[in-house]
Ligand binder design. Sequence first.
Ligand code: AMP
Length: 418
Amino acid sequence: MAVIQSIRGTKDILPEEIKIWQYIEKTCRDISQKYGYSEIRTPIFEKTEVFARGVGAETDIVNKEMYTFSDRGGESITLRPEQTAALVRAVIQNNLLANTGALRLFYIGSYFRYERPQKGRLREFHQYGVECISSSFPESDAEVILLANSYIKSLGIKNYKLRLNSLGNDLTRKKYLEVLVKYLNSNISKLSQDSKNRVSTNPLRVLDSKHPDDSEIILGAPSILDYLDTDSLEHFELVKKYLDAAKIEYILDSTLVRGLDYYCNTVFEFQSDLLGSQDAFGGGGRYNKLFSELGGKDTPAVGFAMGIERLILILSALKENTTKNSDISAVVVPMEEKYYEYALVVASKLRDEMNISTQIDISRRSLKAQMRDADRLNAKYALIIGEEEFTNNSIMLKFLEEKRQEFIPLEQLKNYIS
Ligand code: AMP
């Protein structure tokens, strides 16, 4: 029978890779906690309108990339393509804003987009992200950027770029869009087909087109930073001032618009040259309209999301090896089947009383094969049990790194193993 393959653009995360995932996830939790962010988990699927309304009907995500289906009851359901809209739905529904000042949340999970798979781009991928909800002040924009930066740094990633832009408020964008559309229309013949279409549907997105035909026109486009109204400008100046004070370097890039409709004011993206064409490994920004779009009361918020697969690509390119250490410290080696019962007692003692991760042979293999296993597992100790050990309630303790061994009564084991 033919072997069934996994779905294109999805990946099994195998035991040999899991260390780096755990390391990345642990770092997410440590850093989030340091900044006072609590974890939230929402369902993998939502009513389609959460994303259609939240992310924006004219975005690529909603137009082309969502995994949407009707369930057996005829309801339109979508596998979450991102977290923010679903998280906002959960905050509104569970009334999480009732008694607090700022609400600080983080998440880790998998997300689904029907994109063309390539290096760093999957159809199921994983993100870590945070949302800082209910402050409209630039202090909160700075806080999430600082948090993102601390996170990247504590993973040991150094050479990356932070691109920063402001999309201003509604007033700014209204003014700017008039100028931009005029400019794009006067150059429309030079634009790629995709960008031509976007001039009428979502003109801002023309600015982040990667199509070579568009690069010259984008370069000459008016900058939104020249159109910021007083409030937006003040907000952005303070964000920059706080980043300067925290000694965080950034590059101002007025073509950075991000792919989702809900952003306003600050937007940012982290980029690495180690990634190839999909070079952004994280990004975010402020969203002040999303709560009301989803039926809540007006609530300002700001957040970011990082792609875990891309972080792993960067760490692999840096040869950060976090997979060396073994999970197993001790291996219990019964030389014959009849010692297995005693071996179980020894293994339990190690695990329960001494907190030592321990593995025991379950395949009735030879001493030699079991010792080879201990070596492969990078274990520190092998506890060999033969006739003499069995009858004397003892073990032969082999210190594998030091290549020495000692015959030890079981009750004294504690004195020899740390
Ligand atoms: P976005 O909010 O769409 O910019 O996504 C935030 C981050 O998630 C990106 O910077 C990527 O690191 C990651 N990401 C987004 N889409 C994918 C994908 N299809 N495959 C892998 N990672 C992705």
